[in-house]
Design a protein around this ligand. Structure first.
Ligand code: A3P
Length: 322
């Protein structure tokens, strides 16, 4: 395992490098800089995939997306959505989640399917396609946002203090993090994290979930931890595959929760070693503690207070609390 940098950074085309040189650029968490595009900060390779997906992705009514900013519980939600949508087809001991990392089953538009890094062919995906993205709502390919398309988006948000701690560990583990803790904290507070500012990302999906509740379901990591069965049932209903009375009676909700739990997924051989198919990130890096409130072990009271103040100010009037 190369723990310092397990991400395979692809070559960018000369044209794209020239385009990048026209964008505002800032230092991010990792050694690669961030570029500002349509109001959000991206690393170059993911920006290339994002723009390519904007140009080429053809949405289908039956598409389901898992969306988030990084380190908010995407791996968990990918597993849950996969298990729900495929529950009539797949049962243990042959369940695909027992032998595949959720990121290999549910690819990201801008990392796995589009751009120089592209290695998977979307034309080969069975319907309904279950896909993922970290792109902000306002930058999603037009057809996903179009009122004429009926595809659905599951969005997961997380308390920004826990997200920061998770992000910091992840970058230290799989990327060339070259920042001190205080510096990464400062960058996050300035909105300078991948796909940030995180508050605009979260608000974009939050507003859509209010305006189009049948298209966008807004979930919180903390709610999923506190009342997993209720949240999973909410996701199933939103996706149009609610649990039948017989399924509930037979313990199907608990079976899916168990299969997708931190303990089960992180304990599987397939998630303990090896790398993701396209990006080459260590699979085990997506499972750390899986708890609410770990920030208390890492942030000073002053840091916590500063993030809380920023979040309260940015979300003020939205009706959303994190
Ligand atoms: P921690 O670093 O706080 O442990 P993402 O999937 O968006 O990259 O987010 C990663 C975070 O989700 C990590 O948080 C990880 O441990 C946690 N996580 C991964 N799988 C999980 C699961 N099945 N249940 C709960 N949390 C999970």
């Amino acid at each position: 395992m190369s723990s310092s940098n397990s991400f395979q950074w692809p070559q960018l085309s000369q044209d794209f490098k020239e385009f990048l040189s026209t964008l505002p650029r800032e230092k991010g968490f990792a050694k690669e800089p961030l570029y500002l595009y349509q109001g959000f900060w991206y690393e170059d390779v993911f920006l290339e995939g994002a723009i390519s997906s904007q140009e080429h992705f053809q949405a289908e009514d039956s598409d389901v997306f898992v969306a988030s900013t990084p380190k908010c519980g995407t791996t968990w939600l990918k597993a849950i959505a996969f298990a729900l949508l495929n529950r009539r087809r797949n049962q243990a001991p042959d369940h695909p989640l027992l032998s595949n990392n959720p990121h290999d089953l549910v690819p990201y538009l801008e990392m796995d399917l589009y751009g120089e890094n592209k290695a998977l062919d979307i034309a080969l995906f069975p319907s309904p396609r279950l896909l993922a993205t970290h792109m902000p709502y306002s930058s999603l390919p037009k057809l996903i946002r179009s009122s004429g398309t009926k595809c659905k988006i599951l969005y997961v948000a997380r308390n920004p203090k826990d997200t920061l701690v998770s992000m910091r560990h992840f970058y230290t583990r799989v990327r060339m993090l070259d920042l001190m803790w205080a510096e990464s904290f400062k960058l996050l507070c300035e909105g300078l994290s991948g796909y940030g500012p995180f508050w605009d990302h979260i608000l974009g999906y939050w507003k859509q979930s209010l305006e189009n509740p049948d298209r966008v379901l807004f979930l919180k990591y903390e709610d999923m931890k506190a009342r997993p069965a209720a949240e999973v049932r909410r996701v199933a209903e939103f996706l149009g595959c609610p649990f039948s009375a017989e399924e509930v009676e037979a313990g199907e909700v608990d079976r899916i929760l168990e299969l997708c739990s931190f303990e089960v997924l992180s304990g599987l051989e397939v998630n303990k070693k090896g790398k993701l198919m396209v990006t080459g990130v260590d699979k085990s890096a997506f499972f750390r503690r899986g708890e609410v409130g770990d920030w208390k072990n890492h942030l000073s009271p002053e840091m916590a207070e500063r993030i809380d103040r920023i979040v309260a100010e940015k979300l003020s009037g939205s009706g959303l609390f994190l």
